[in-house]
Unconditional design. Structure first.
Length: 152
């Protein structure tokens, strides 16, 4: 039986491509790989994947994805994104420790839910979700994870 190996890309209908481009490229740091008058192709890994996100202008139709999730390399990166999300006043849904990852769930300019998350390296049974405060220091956050491992 054939199966897919990973998510290739997501396409979103958007009403204001320039505002959305600033969010996904300017804020999240994705690279524009191609574009025309109504579509923008973006990738976080342009050398490996032409596009992971397609923004397509359509003022009459809008999608409502459950969420778009983006991996960050380090806890420091996640904390920096969190600080910028707060500074830009993006609406935060919640911030959770899933044991195997810590994720910040928030809204883009057109109200789609976005997650930025960091893999903790801990093998933790799922589903698991516990609120966590990303304004804690990195040492304090790592201490929370250490306590989890010790209690397992």
């Amino acid at each position: 039986m054939p199966k897919v190996t990973r998510l290739g890309h997501v396409g979103l209908f958007v009403t204001d491509p320039e505002v959305m481009l600033e969010f996904y490229s300017g804020f999240l740091g994705m690279t524009v790989t191609d574009r025309d008058e109504r579509r923008v192709f973006l990738s976080s890994r342009p050398g490996e994947e032409h596009h992971e996100l397609l923004l397509a202008k359509n003022e009459e139709r809008h999608t409502d994805p459950q969420q778009l999730s983006f991996v960050v390399e380090s806890l420091a990166d996640l904390r920096e994104f969190y600080a910028q999300i707060v500074e830009r006043k993006y609406s935060i849904d919640h911030v959770n420790n899933h044991g195997n990852a810590i994720g910040c769930y928030f809204r883009d300019p057109e109200d789609n839910r976005v997650e930025v998350y960091w893999h903790t390296g801990i093998d933790w049974p799922q589903p698991f979700s516990q609120p966590i405060d990303l304004s804690l220091t990195e040492a304090e956050l790592l201490g929370v994870l250490d306590e989890m491992k010790a209690s397992a």
